[in-house]
Design a protein around this ligand. Sequence first.
Ligand SMILES: Nc1nc2c(ncn2[C@@H]2O[C@H](COP(=O)(O)OP(=O)(O)OP(=O)(O)O)[C@@H](O)[C@H]2O)c(=O)[nH]1
Length: 196
Amino acid sequence: MPVLASGSTIRRQLLNAAGVTVTVSPVDVDEDTLRQQAEQKGLSLQETALALAHAKAEAASPQHTGRFIIAADQILGLDGQAFAKPADLTEARTHLLTLRGRTHTLHTAVTLWRDGQALWSHSSSPTLTMRSFSDDFLTQYLQQEGTALLACVGCYRIEGLGMQLFESISGSSDAIAGLPLLPLLAALRQQGALTA
Ligand SMILES: Nc1nc2c(ncn2[C@@H]2O[C@H](COP(=O)(O)OP(=O)(O)OP(=O)(O)O)[C@@H](O)[C@H]2O)c(=O)[nH]1
């Protein structure tokens, strides 16, 4: 059974729904410091997301010898500026007002490790254009979604009400939710962790 080195509920749900049972084993890496170091090295947001995914897999490795470890990371980019998950609903409102009527990118990376080695990784950059929703809609949306939004880097759940925020989307809904499934399932088959 692979290990999912993530505290993201939707990542586990996506794998379970696709028939992949995982052992959830979140890790505690200092994402802010790693992001700052990546920026100082001149890494792109996409490269930074991949570096963070690797850092999470590496942190999980010691306690899961011999097992496949799946780790992922997602950074929202708007005109080159990175957004992290909101600290509270006030910040979520501010984020959504900034994203309103504009196109942002979800730089998403996933990696597969075993015994301290990276076996495979993949990056995906869905782009999403938010419609110019009204202030009334935003107030209603925040009231309905509540603190569940604090777990979402874009302050939306694409699998639910979040879909009402958008004018257009390019990319798969699983990549938007934080885990590019088809490439990961192919990698798990290729490594013999799933039946081909
Ligand atoms: N439910 C849901 N979650 C989303 C969506 N878009 C982004 N997310 C979540 O936003 C989070 C992005 O932050 P990350 O730093 O990659 O992951 P995390 O939540 O900190 O969890 P770790 O993997 O333990 O670091 C992930 O949990 C994604 O699953 C969405 O549309 N729906």
